[in-house]
Design a protein around this ligand. Structure first.
Ligand SMILES: Cc1cc2nc3c(=O)[nH]c(=O)nc-3n(C[C@H](O)[C@H](O)[C@H](O)COP(=O)(O)OP(=O)(O)OC[C@H]3O[C@@H](n4cnc5c(N)ncnc54)[C@H](O)[C@@H]3O)c2cc1C
Length: 508
């Protein structure tokens, strides 16, 4: 059966929109299109909305699969307001303070928190000579926030001229310098260099190579706090889906798009794996930008995103994520809070192995998520829900067969956790699930099994990143981690804001 309705004239934009992918960027895009009068159909291969921000439920535990840290809450409030609603009526955000704790193998701890004086005291405890550097770093961070996040990050960068205009500011802010290089200039202590440069890892960037614009995160945390969405980001995704349905939109879950149908340079709709064709005036792809151009647009001629350009594109690292529930442990490990970053013996060397050599190392640095200390809905009473995440090379480097490696790697992660954070953990685990880079490839159709799509290096950012309005077909738009401004929940929510500036209002 075919439902590819003809478009009446070449220039007319009607009101039928298809969004491929119900990731947080796709859902935000659908909400924005609904607010503009489009009749939206969101299509996703998963059975629940949220993409990387979805959850799985197992033996009484809810495992929030991806994002755990919510920052810049005003972005969500603005998104809901654009749809004539109040975010607070749908989602409860809980402020966390302290934000997170960083630990090193020698027992040193750094507690990141809201109060700037308390942060100064933390810095002084590790290296008294670094307090001045910290103050300067915060000022550097504020400047980059206002330019990089509030200005560039919230408007389209698809025209080269827009890039040319901001080049002098990029130069002045030394955007060519990496996040790590910037931290190195401001801090003497290696530990503080790590504590103020690791943030790009949360959006898939190598701190040694990502532009120092990303130091903006320190200001953003200080100014707007670190929050947790009660019910998890998966709960927020469900609320977004409900808004879309209230606007008259539809979500088609468990459904794979096989191809974006393009005729004479204009999108006509999509073809599903089942062969069914759905017509649309506007198609927005929230699938990975690489997957969009390489697979979904495989038959369309390309001006920019040719196979050879896609081959040269650098992808973010991947992740090994171990989700587990522990029985009767709510009173245990009293010093382990909601977010802990556990450093291994190496920082820069490990980053080099992961991003440059593509080598799976024996040592590791881990992020440990324990939402049960904040949100009782994640675990049965008295139990805990955890995930532990280790950044690992993406599949494009080759060399790791995760089918055979996963168990051995998990045993190494367990040994580190038992030694440094959660003694006796092995005997307390009651249920578990492991995601490897192969899971990222197969579950999210993520090229190279990358955790965060295209790496946010300077020559893969702003105009250089896949544009939110495609140059490859009229009526095609892109949102999500692989597009401008980039990965992370604030990033993908902003891709939808940029989209709404580019898509004309629907003609009904
Ligand atoms: C483990 C982990 C932890 C993270 N932690 C944080 C954090 O604490 N804070 C933060 O801000 N960010 C975090 N991030 C990053 C953040 O989660 C992502 O950048 C963001 O959620 C990506 O959203 P997206 O809109 O790009 O879509 P995705 O979540 O990538 O969703 C894309 C969707 O498209 C669907 N799809 C793809 N191709 C097709 C097709 N052909 N047909 C049908 N459906 C298709 C997929 O099934 C998927 O559901 C984390 C990510 C991970 C993986």
């Amino acid at each position: 059966m075919t439902r590819l309705d003809p478009i009446e004239s070449e220039t007319r934009v009607g009101n039928r929109a298809i969004v491929i992918g119900a990731g947080l960027g796709g859902l935000a895009a659908a909400m924005r299109l609904g607010a503009k009068g489009y009749k939206v159909t969101v299509i996703d291969k998963l059975d629940v909305p949220g993409g990387r921000g979805s959850a799985i439920w197992q033996d009484g535990h809810r495992f929030d699969l991806g994002p755990t840290i919510v920052t810049v809450p005003q972005l969500y409030k603005e998104l809901w307001a654009a749809c004539g609603r109040r975010f607070e009526d749908d989602v409860e955000l809980k402020s966390l303070d302290p934000f997170y704790e960083i630990r090193w193998p020698d027992g040193t701890k750094f507690v990141a928190q809201h109060d700037t004086d308390a942060m100064r005291a933390e810095v002084a405890r590790i290296e008294p000579r670094d307090v001045d550097g910290f103050d300067k770093f915060l000022q550097d961070s504020a400047k980059r926030y206002w330019f990089g996040f509030e200005d560039l990050g919230r408007r389209s960068m698809h025209q080269l001229w827009e890039l040319v205009k901001v080049l002098p500011t990029f130069g002045m802010l030394r955007a060519d310098r990496s996040v790590y290089a910037h931290a190195k200039r401001r801090f003497i202590s290696d530990k503080l260099r790590m504590a103020f440069s690791f943030h790009p890892l949360f959006i898939g960037g190598d701190p040694m190579h990502v532009t120092s614009m990303y130091i903006l995160v320190s200001y953003l945390e200080k100014e707007f706090g670190v929050h947790y969405a009660m019910g998890g980001l998966a709960g927020m995704a469900q609320k977004m889906a409900a808004v879309i349905e209230d606007q008259g939109g539809t979500l088609l879950m468990d459904t794979v798009v096989d191809e974006i149908v393009v005729d004479q340079g204009r999108v006509r709709g999509v073809r599903l794996e089942s062969g069914l064709e759905l017509g649309a005036d506007v198609v927005v792809s929230n699938a990975d930008a690489g997957h969009t151009y390489d697979r979904l647009m495989r038959h369309a001629p390309k001006k920019r995103w040719t196979p050879s350009k896609l081959k040269r594109t650098r992808y973010s690292m991947s992740l090994f994520v171990w989700y587990f529930g522990t029985k009767g442990t709510r009173g245990d490990w009293a010093d382990v809070g909601h977010h802990t970053i556990l450093n291994g013996p190496r920082y820069t060397g490990l980053l080099h192995d992961i991003f440059m050599k593509g080598k799976l190392s024996d040592d590791m640095s881990l992020y440990v998520h324990r939402p049960s200390v904040t949100d009782p809905s994640v675990a049965p009473e008295g139990d805990d829900t955890f995930y532990v995440l280790s950044p690992v090379p993406h599949l494009g480097h080759g060399g790791v067969d995760w089918k055979t490696e996963a168990e051995a790697y998990k045993a190494k992660v367990l040994a580190v956790l038992e030694k440094q954070l959660l003694p006796g953990l092995g005997s307390k685990i009651s249920t578990e699930q492991v995601f490897t880079p192969e899971t990222f490839r197969d579950r999210y159709l993520s090229p190279n099994g990358s955790g965060f799509s295209i790496e946010p290096r300077i020559l893969q950012s702003a105009w250089f990143r896949p544009h939110n309005v495609s140059e490859e077909a009229e009526g095609l738009y892109l949102v999500g981690a692989g597009t401008h401004p980039g990965a992370g929940v604030p990033g993908v929510i902003s891709t939808a804001e940029v989209l709404s500036q580019l898509v004309p209002d629907a003609v009904t």
